[in-house]
Ligand binder design. Structure first.
Ligand code: NAD
Ligand code: UGA
Length: 441
């Protein structure tokens, strides 16, 4: 749990900062900057998110965030408003942390970025620095400069690398800080805001900074597709991917991170950012074949998991009931955007199955959410597996480790398990009479 110690006086002095957008990036950014001792105003236009924040509550599931938000509000270093224009009036730095969803052609939709820029332009103080933290294609710094239309205002790129679930810890201790601008003085001032973190700083031009963000996510996605493909090869060859990861991961050039096989990668960023990178390359007449292969390999992985579930359920999905454990795109987040679990359950239903599902961040009150309409939301893992023909573990919540499988054995119509996160040991499950299928072992 990140501790909320009293803020120190920042090395580079106390600054007045505005953050536009209080989502998975904006809120941890605002909370951590206020924790570092700066005065931060965060703007959130979504009514539900804004109301929760006003009460000192975090609208997103994020370890340690609510505590830090409450602390910031109580010390007066963090303020919440509902319009971007109000947030920026006295700000020396303005962080843009708004969404950049995937457009129909695969590119990043920049309308929220340009709308926010237009909203704040007239209210900015002289010499303000706009810091773009949203993930955006090359040329966006220049685009924001044009929308702002003020020669006294600098715009810099400062891509964000935090992960959901560990956003506060990642923001407190980033692996590196990247700042890109043709205005080196403005870039250095932005880097100074994070100076206390001790992370290495890469100062570069705006285009390179914008590409660094996409290159990072595309590399991670490619690494995941690689290990998922190796898991498939392990299954065909009778090898064990867990040992294979140990065997390659000890090579320091490879490492162990991001080599956990799974049902395919998802979330709000890797899918859209890989597509956006392919799109950027296309606009420059280049074909990023390796990234396209990572994307299509990911679809294949989800199909492989569906096949496993079908086999476990007796060779067909028609009329079968599947008990699903986990709906968020990974553990420790409530985010279901592009969750492999949601994509897989939808395809199970398309092939005739019914799905009962439990996730610790979903309750029956969420059952009307559009992405959950195809399944039955259950209040416990035991309710989800009741009477089912196969159990599929799709998100690696640690609380699934300690289920009472003897009880589950009595509940199911057919004792078959697909463990798409390799969370469980097969031995004890076989002993209880379950068939077990993991990934690559
Ligand atoms: P999000 O949808 O959770 O948050 C964006 C917030 O901005 C929303 O709450 C929205 O209501 C608010 N907003 C939009 N326009 C506004 C305006 N004009 N005024 C006030 N509020 C406004 O999105 P996110 O996941 O935080 O992602 C934001 C950006 O950061 C994206 O470009 C994303 O690719 C990038 N990013 C995300 C992550 C992550 O882990 N989610 C990590 C690194 C980078
Ligand atoms: C990812 C990157 O890790 C962050 O650095 C980046 O800032 C962020 O995207 C972003 O740009 O939004 P996040 O989306 O929070 O972070 O999720 P990850 O932890 O990267 O996981 C992505 C997907 O890969 C999940 O579906 C996860 O289950 C899967 N995964 C991850 C695996 O299957 N195996 C692994 O070993 C790691």
């Amino acid at each position: 749990m990140p501790s909320v110690a009293p803020a120190q006086i920042p090395k580079a002095g106390v600054r007045r900062i505005a953050v536009i957008g209080a989502g998975y990036v904006g809120l941890p950014t605002a909370a951590v900057l206020s924790h570092r001792g700066h005065f931060v105003t965060v703007a959130e236009r979504d009514v539900a998110r804004f109301e929760l924040l006003r009460q000192g509550m975090s609208p997103i599931v994020e370890h340690g965030l609510e505590e830090m938000v409450k602390d910031g509000i109580s010390t007066g270093r963090l303020r919440v408003v509902n319009t971007a224009a109000d947030a920026v009036v006295d700000a020396e730095f303005v962080f843009l942390c708004v969404e950049t969803p995937q457009a129909s052609d695969g590119s990043a939709n920049l309308s929220y970025v340009t709308a926010a820029a237009a909203e704040i332009a007239a209210n900015l103080t002289d010499g303000a620095i706009i810091v773009n933290k949203s993930t955006v294609p090359i040329g966006t710094v220049a685009l924001v400069e044009r929308v702002i239309g003020r020669s006294d205002v600098a715009v810099v790129s400062n891509p964000e690398f935090l992960r959901e679930g560990t956003a506060v810890a990642d923001s407190l201790n980033p692996d590196r800080i990247v700042v890109g601008s043709h205005n080196r003085q403005a870039a250095a001032q932005v880097a100074d805001l994070f100076g206390d973190s001790g992370a290495p700083v890469v100062i570069t031009d705006a285009t390179t900074a914008e590409l660094i963000k996409y290159a990072s996510n595309a590399f991670l996605a490619t690494k995941l597709t690689f290990i998922n493909s190796m898991a498939g090869l392990c299954e065909a060859a009778g090898a064990d991917v867990t040992d294979l990861v140990l065997g390659i991961g000890h090579d320091k050039r490879i490492g162990f991170e991001f080599l956990q096989p799974g049902p395919g990668w998802g979330g709000s960023c890797l899918p859209k950012d890989t597509c956006a990178l392919v799109n950027i390359a296309m606009s420059l007449d280049l074909d990023m074949k390796i990234v396209r292969a990572a994307i299509s390999g990911n679809d294949d992985q989800m199909e492989r998991v569906i096949e496993k579930i079908k086999t476990a359920a007796g060779g067909t999905l028609e009329g079968r009931s599947i008990g699903v454990l986990g709906l968020s795109f990974k553990a420790n987040t409530g985010d279901r955007r592009n969750s492999p679990a949601i994509l897989i359950t939808q395809r199970l239903v398309d092939q005739g199955a019914t799905v009962r599902a439990f996730d610790p961040t979903v309750n029956r009150g969420d059952a009307e959410a559009p992405d959950l309409l195809h399944l039955t939301v259950c209040e416990s893992p035991y309710e989800a597996v009741d009477g089912t023909h196969a159990i599929a573990l799709l998100t690696e919540w640690q609380e699934f480790l300690w289920l009472d499988f003897a009880r589950i054995r009595e509940q199911v119509a057919n004792p078959a398990i697909v463990d798409a996160r390799n969370l469980w040991e097969s031995g004890p499950l076989h002993h209880l009479g379950f068939s077990y299928s993991g990934i690559g072992r």
